[in-house]
Design a protein around this ligand. Structure first.
Ligand SMILES: N[C@@H](CCC(=O)N[C@@H](CS)C(=O)NCC(=O)O)C(=O)O
Length: 311
């Protein structure tokens, strides 16, 4: 069986989400450290252009976006489940909301000047400038809009007070009783805020939230060992992609296997990936591409939040 390889960097909130997903399932994985800014030649050799963090590799199969990574890990090990039976819609929808709305608030709050000064305090000004320029590029061409710092500050107490109240009254220890994808999708943005003393009080002021957050982080990261990006490319090159899923589903826009397509995120980090469409299912799109260094790879995307275009 192929190893689970996570391409990530330590300070990325979505990478922390993925690490916690691996920890919750008690999985062992290989850790490939990537750059937080472009270019990322070894990563994009595998993805075909997708640049966001994290990416999961299993042999010659490359999984983009934590929403799909969670589903892939659920295949790897069904229990404990991210999508508990009977809670499939509520947990996935809450996760989509938290990954966009709560994350958007966290980004604005973390990138307020007082917090930037602490977070990047030991970096040379040129490095900070380069990072901020990279992030401006990341957000160009997508549907995501920037939330002003004032609006993020203005709305944050509403989000947190609702959460505090629910967690105080809740029977179970997690958002929807038992743990689910919802907990992980919310926890990583709060983890991001807790990383500096300027923004940590935005979480610490809420005792039930803090106790819940500690429980989620308590799942840990599973067992990992380092791997180089060259080694990961070699794994892809020497592996055969997994068999395609078998699903009785007709794409509503008529996309069929065998077509040349372009797939891209719609919100931000909209760098397109082109190749042959192999599969278009209810949750997942799979594109075959051939790379000089990575060989034949199957790149997997979630349907939700990604678009397909014939090319
Ligand atoms: N919807 C994506 C969002 C991932 C995301 O926004 N990741 C951030 C880091 S936390 C990112 O890609 N930043 C730019 C980069 O790492 O190049 C997911 O769930 O994986």
């Amino acid at each position: 069986m192929s190893e689970l390889i996570l391409h990530h960097y330590p300070t990325s909130p979505f990478a922390e989400k993925a690490r916690l997903l691996l920890g919750f399932k008690g999985l062992s994985w290989r850790s490939v450290k990537i750059s937080p800014v472009m270019p990322k030649p070894d990563l994009t050799a595998l993805t075909g252009g997708y640049r966001k963090t994290p990416v999961l590799q299993v042999g010659a199969d490359i999984y983009c976006d934590t929403a799909l990574i969670a589903r892939r890990l659920e295949q790897e090990k069904a229990l404990p489940a991210f999508f508990p039976e009977g809670q499939e819609m509520i947990t996935a929808s809450f996760a989509t909301w938290a990954d966009s709305v709560v994350f958007q608030h966290a980004v604005s709050l973390v990138f307020q000047p007082e917090s930037v000064a602490v977070r990047f305090g030991n970096l040379p000004p040129e490095a900070i400038k380069a990072f901020l320029a990279d992030r401006a590029g990341l957000f160009s061409g997508g549907s995501a809009t920037k939330l002003s710092i004032e609006q993020a500050k203005h709305q944050w107490p509403t989000l947190m007070s609702r959460l505090e109240l629910q967690l105080q009254r809740e029977q179970g220890d997690f958002l929807f009783g038992e743990p689910s994808i919802a907990d992980f999708a919310l926890a990583h943005s709060l983890w991001f805020l807790k990383a500096t003393p300027v923004t940590a009080p935005l979480v610490d002021a809420y005792p039930a939230v803090s106790a819940w957050h500690a429980r989620v982080l308590g799942f840990g990261h599973g067992a990992s060992s380092e791997m180089s990006s060259e080694e990961a490319l070699e794994v892809a090159r020497s592996s055969t992609p997994a068999a395609l899923p078998n699903e009785d589903f007709v794409d509503p826009n008529g996309f069929t296997a065998g077509q040349q397509v372009l797939v891209a995120a719609t919100d931000y980090g909209v760098d397109p990936v082109t190749g042959e469409l192999l599969f278009a299912g209810r949750e997942e799109l799979i594109v075959r591409r051939e790379d000089e260094r990575g060989g034949v790879v199957h790149v997997h995307f979630p349907r939700f939040g990604f678009r397909i275009e014939a090319c």
